[in-house]
Design a protein around this ligand. Structure first.
Ligand SMILES: [Fe+2]
Length: 405
């Protein structure tokens, strides 16, 4: 080849490579996590819309009561969040305030960078009335390993149109690995999280990672980032999330002491406010017939169970063991729901005394509040045989009905 032709070819290739590098460095409004919902201080008047971008980008949440939007075709409210610089995760949270209680809202998020704009698929959500006593929420846990299995459970829950979802921990395999959040957890849950706020607690696999705290907006509480443990009223229900990893973390003894003191005060206050139901959520079960975790966390049992009994906690939900189990201990209902997508685990030959029902299945628990009654249905989603996932009808496999105080 003649010298000038070779020079021309090399120059052309260099230009193409440089253009590619330049393009990749340009601000680009791409969602890494499409918009998802979370709670803040008061669910009757606030909602948090979160998202993650590839590059710093200005975000605007467009929102309106659904009835207004239907009438006018326009979003009557906007909230703009400026592009962040120096935040390595690019996770944005927009707190919508001054919402109408007991209302249905629609929203969309627009992100802009480098003169380009991307608009999300519309989402919608409800705010509760202060004393709402007719609604559904879902509980599941241990989604960490198989996103496709997680998605099956998500799709089943979405059909309930729950007001919110509680996750009992071990959302991902390693909490410090970004790609597990962005390529596994969030894409699997995205269709539900767009319309349904999530309440989460820390599993051991979250590793107390900053990415957990960056990712989720949670009600006020205490410990790390003010949300290692939390509580919230939703209608007549009081919800409490605790961290069962606290003792294993730096200053574990102090953390645990602070958490337990906070718990006592929180439950006393909820009782004084007249909460009809109290539900507590954390990761490691106090009781379990799991083959590898039998008979549960006896240390935490000693510390927390007398408090649950004293303040009349109705149901304690946990995960960690990849199965469903319901137990009654000292008058408290304990439910282990760890069937969100992690490999299912088996049971000990002898069950914990007080165990009522147990099974290894992908599943979730549907909680239906109706007046003074709460109905807890274990909804099976699929059986797993070897590597084969076999969907099953979503008919209640176990049901517990409780009456509120
Ligand atoms: Fe776990």
């Amino acid at each position: 080849m003649q010298g000038w032709k070779l020079w021309l070819g090399v120059s052309a290739i260099a230009l193409i490579v440089m253009f590619g590098v330049w393009t990749s460095l340009q601000p680009d409004p791409t969602f890494i996590r499409t918009p998802y919902l979370g709670f803040d201080t008061n669910p009757t008047t606030t909602m948090v819309v979160s998202w993650k971008t590839a590059h710093p980008a200005t975000g605007t949440v467009l929102y309106a009561p659904q009835a207004d939007y239907t009438n006018t075709g326009k979003f009557s409210n906007t909230l703009t969040v400026p592009a962040m610089s120096g935040d390595k995760y690019n996770v944005y949270h927009a707190t919508l305030t001054g919402l109408r209680p007991d209302s249905h809202y629609v929203y969309q998020v627009k992100i802009s960078a480098g003169g380009k704009t991307t608009v999300s698929t519309p989402g919608n959500f409800w705010t509760p009335a202060a004393k709402l006593n007719k609604f559904t929420f879902d509980v599941y846990g241990d989604t960490r390993t198989y996103p496709a299995r997680h998605r099956l459970v998500v799709e089943a829950m979405a059909a309930d149109h729950p007001r919110f979802v509680v996750h009992t921990g071990d959302l991902v395999e390693y909490g410090g690995v970004t790609v597990l959040w962005d390529d596994r957890f969030f894409p699997a849950a995205a269709p539900l999280m767009k319309d349904v706020p999530y309440l989460t607690v820390l599993g051991n696999h979250e590793q107390n990672s900053p990415q957990y705290y960056e990712g989720f907006s949670l009600p006020p509480g205490g410990g790390e980032d003010g949300k290692e443990w939390w509580s919230m009223d939703y209608g007549v229900v009081h919800l409490v999330g605790l961290d069962t990893n606290a003792l294993t973390l730096p200053n574990g003894f102090t953390r645990m002491r602070n958490q337990t003191a906070w718990l006592k005060k929180d439950l006393a206050a909820a009782k004084a406010r007249g909460a009809k139901f109290i539900f507590v959520f954390f990761h490691h079960p106090l009781y379990s017939s799991d083959a590898d975790y039998y008979p549960g966390n006896t240390g935490l049992r000693t510390i927390w169970q007398p408090i649950f009994v004293k303040y009349g906690v109705n149901v304690v939900f946990a995960g960690h063991c990849h199965q469903y189990e319901r137990l009654v201990e000292d008058g408290i209902n304990y439910i282990v729901t760890g069937g969100g997508g992690a490999p299912l685990s088996g049971f000990n030959a002898t069950l914990v005394p007080g165990s009522v029902k147990h099974v290894e299945m992908l599943h979730y628990v549907r909680v239906t509040i109706s007046g003074d009654k709460a109905t807890l249905d274990m909804i099976p989603v699929a059986k797993v045989e070897g590597n084969k996932v076999i969907p099953v009808p979503h008919q209640p496999w176990d049901t517990l009905v409780i009456t509120g105080g």
